[in-house]
Write a protein that binds this ligand. Sequence first.
Ligand code: CA
Ligand code: CA
Length: 450
Amino acid sequence: MVAWVVTLLCAMTLLPTAANADNPIIQTIYTADPAPLVHDGRVYLYTGHDEDGSTYYTMKEWRVWSSTDMVNWTDHGSPLSLSTFSWASADAWAGQTVYRNGKFYWYVPVKNRTSGAMAIGVAVSTSPTGPFKDALGHPLVENWEIDPTVFIDDDGQAYLYWGNPRLWYVKLNADMISYSGSPAQIPLTTQGYGTRTGNTSRPTLFEEAPWVFKRNGLYYNVFAAECCSEFIAYSTAPSPTGPWTYRGTIMPRQGASFTNHPSIIDYKGVSYFFYHNGALPGGGGFTRSVAVEKFNYNTNGTIPTINMTTTGAPQVGTLDPYVRQEAETIAWESGVESEASSEGGMNIRQIENGDWVKVKGVAFGAGAASFNARVASAANGGNIELHLDSVNGTRVGTCGVPSTGGWQTWTTVSCPVNGATGTHDLYFKYTGGSGALFNLNWWQFQAAGN
Ligand SMILES: [Ca+2]
Ligand SMILES: [Ca+2]
């Protein structure tokens, strides 16, 4: 009786969070400064990486993630780091990637080793997931300010904006790695960027993190306002260079991180607002996590107030279990980490007894007959348990994983599946002995009757 009550109370207290939380969208590491890019039907999400236990903006690399449903996010690792820029010494801070003419250009602020100043570098790749290389071998611009955002107007003219404490722009040339004219300041007037009510150390609400885009002929600059803590506000203009009109708050001060960082995209006909907070365990101002919300523009083009949630954006469509899915495609997880795989892409690692991964909205249809997984283990292996709807929900299969003689020595294991029909959240629950059990690269179900 007592045990039953305790179990029920635990279930009532913990399960709503565990079962429904999909925000923040990355849990394997701390992430910050989201910059999404829609390309070829997929959302690529570029972020920074806060080191575990960080007590400053200790950031050494950037990361890439992608999704086609806004809830299951695939880890593409770190194709850009401080070491990409031979002239950079520290501070892998907030950047943005844009696409033009078959190439991806990633603009980032870093500290110039020689001058000691913050500068904007640009890296280039032919793939959205890299690898990226330094396009110039030196800063694109350098004036001690940070937070680049790049916008390409309908006429093909590209603009680089950046700044903290001031707000700058320059016209990029079509090659995206040089500019014409000199950097100019956007006047920070209260008409354009709002009136401070708290600390008056700056002329307006503008703090940092501009994100410029165009919608229905109107130019938007969404930015982090009035540190600390920051809220997210925006201004609009009839041209990419102004004049700007302050439009108010989008996201109030929320979320256990004293910074925030906005970005906005449309994907599959829906508008999304990305930001960061300190919502993960151990999270805070220097251990941040990227999250996302769905929103609708008002009919006059203004942006409504958007609050942080733990549920996040709804899933777009479902996930197909009958094609290869990466083990590092995750809606939520407990206990696992990732690394580059010898077979390409990433695999998950540090899988210990009781760790689990949730994949949301898996469409089994008429039913799955079997399950394959690509595994490696230098230890004794373990088990992959397949559960529906919760980590201890209906078990539809269990795959044993053997020792393979190495953490990157891969083999494919198979096991029968019973009772997986319709659409469910799928939980991989890993069990076995002590310590790291095995690594997992990818998985795939086979449909009954095939
Ligand atoms: Ca673990
Ligand atoms: Ca993989």
